[in-house]
Each structure stands twice: as structure tokens, then as C-alpha cells.
Design a binder for this molecule. Structure first.
Ligand code: GLP
Length: 249
């Protein structure tokens, strides 16, 4: 089922079984049109099956991912080098290495606390030098965050350091053995940065995201739900499974 919610925003509701393929279709379409497309990749449980599906398609010869240019959405401040918690290393392990996307094709969100503000500006310049982002994929935080743009973030924000909310650190605690080791600062593309992408894919699955997806798509456009600003963008495809879309009727 596909439905237009606003001039620039299209909702596609699929079964849980179809979710990974529908998300992978967004990447396949952009890469077929432009093999060296600039694609922004998120981390998290939501996109994981999409990465597996893209790798499966590449193995079958249906898609070639090795020429795309990848950019990152967010990471933890201080997660440098081969720190296993870094989103960069997660993406490298999960997707970039198995997809044969060379390191030089990846533009990393800065994570070194030293000189971080200048590095955030350099990150933005790097996006511009690549001609901007063709497709930015996003997950949706339980509190409505996109990237690490927590509630209260300005829609004009650029790449910046964030003090993560308790909701986010609690959600992320599952990934660490010791709760006190969960980083409390992140670095993220700003909402303004995200909105400049030529197209955006918001991926949302599971019943626990149904309330926040409803607020994102049907509630007020407000900094309280950062993802609601996506309704100001021109080309947004929301891919939701039936559980996540349960409250949208
Ligand atoms: C994390 C990340 C986001 C991600 C979101 C949802 O905190 N910073 O980039 O999209 O939360 O994660 P998940 O897909 O695991 O629910």
C-alpha cells in the first residue's frame, strides 16, 4: 500500500517480510540511475535486514554497490580508531567491507573530541564537495530522533555534537555489556543537513515505533519530534511495516 501524505512525502506500508526488500529497493533505484551516487547510511536494528538484502542482491549480480560513495549519519564522540562501539566500524563490518566499498569512498562523521567543531564544519564541506547527498536513509528513534538529533534540535542545525537523552542511552544500552560504558555524547548530521538530501528514505518497523511514527507523520511539525521536520522535505519515502503503521489509519 502506498499513499501520499503531503506533496513531498510518500508512505509505503509493507509486511514485515517485505520490509528489507522495500528498503533495499530505494538504494537499488538510486545506484542503478547513478552508480557513484552519494548515499547516507544509518546504523541500528532497523536497517540491518536491508544491508543483508543488498549484499544478497550484489552476490546474485542484480546490483553493484562498489562504486557508490557512502556518507555517515552519526556516531559516538570519542569512538575513534578500531573502537568496536563506533558506528563506523559497525557499518564497515556489516556492510561496507562485504559490499567491497573501499574506505576512500566513505566520508566519516568526525569522532575525535579534539578540534571537533572545526571537524564538523569540514564534514559539511565534504558533503558539498561530493555534490550533496543523493539518498539519505534514516531510522527513527523512539523519541522521534533522526540521526542523533534529539527533541529540541533546530530544523536549521548542521553537523554537531549532541548530549544524548536518557531515552537514547537506555535504548542503546542493549549494545554494551556495562550500562555505565554507554557513551553520552554523539556527533550527528544536523536536521538542516539531512533535509538538503535530494531524497530521503525513512525506515520504520515494529509495533514499538507505531506511536512515534504517528506523531512524526500526523502530529504537529515541531522540534519535540525532530523527524516531523521531514515533512518539509521534497522527496521523502517512508517505508514502514504493518506494525509500525498500525496507528496511521
Ligand atoms: C540510534 C541511532 C539512529 C538510529 C536510531 C534507531 O540512536 N543514532 O541513527 O536510526 O537510534 O535505531 P534502531 O533502528 O535500532 O531502532
Amino acid at each position: 500500500m502506498s499513499r501520499t501524505l503531503a506533496p513531498g512525502i510518500q508512505l509505503q506500508v509493507v509486511s514485515a517480510a517485505e520490509f528489507a526488500a522495500a528498503a533495499a529497493d530505494l538504494v537499488q533505484a538510486v545506484v542503478q540511475r547513478k552508480p557513484d551516487a552519494v548515499v547516507g547510511f544509518p546504523t541500528g536494528d532497523t536497517p540491518l535486514p536491508m544491508y543483508h538484502e543488498l549484499l544478497r542482491r550484489q552476490q546474485l549480480g542484480a546490483i553493484n554497490l562498489s562504486s557508490l560513495r557512502a556518507v555517515m549519519l552519526d556516531d559516538y564522540l570519542g569512538a575513534t580508531g578500531d573502537d568496536p562501539v563506533s558506528f563506523h566500524n559497525w557499518l564497515k563490518r556489516t556492510f561496507f567491507d562485504p559490499a567491497s566499498i573501499d574506505g576512500w569512498r566513505l566520508w566519516r562523521v568526525p569522532t575525535d573530541p579534539e578540534g571537533i567543531e572545526a571537524a564538523c564544519r569540514t564534514y559539511e564541506q565534504g558533503l558539498a564537495e561530493r555534490g550533496g547527498v543523493d539518498l539519505q536513509l534514516l531510522g527513527l528513534g523512539l523519541n522521534g530522533h533522526i540521526g542523533f538529533n534529539e527533541p529540541g534540535t533546530s530544523p536549521d542545525s548542521r553537523t554537531h555534537v549532541v548530549h544524548l537523552t536518557p531515552s537514547t542511552t537506555t535504548a542503546n544500552a542493549a549494545y554494551w555489556d556495562e550500562a555505565e560504558n554507554v557513551p553520552v555524547y554523539g556527533v550527528t548530521m544536523g536536521i538542516g543537513t539531512i533535509l538538503e538530501a535530494r531524497s530521503i528514505g525513512l525506515l520504520v518497523n515494529g509495533r514499538r515505533k507505531a506511536e512515534i511514527l504517528r506523531a512524526t507523520l500526523l502530529g504537529p511539525i515541531s522540534p519535540e519530534v525532530p523527524a516531523s521536520f521531514l515533512r518539509r522535505a521534497q522527496h521523502v519515502q517512508v517505508v514502514a511495516d504493518e506494525d509500525a503503521a498500525a496507528l496511521l489509519a
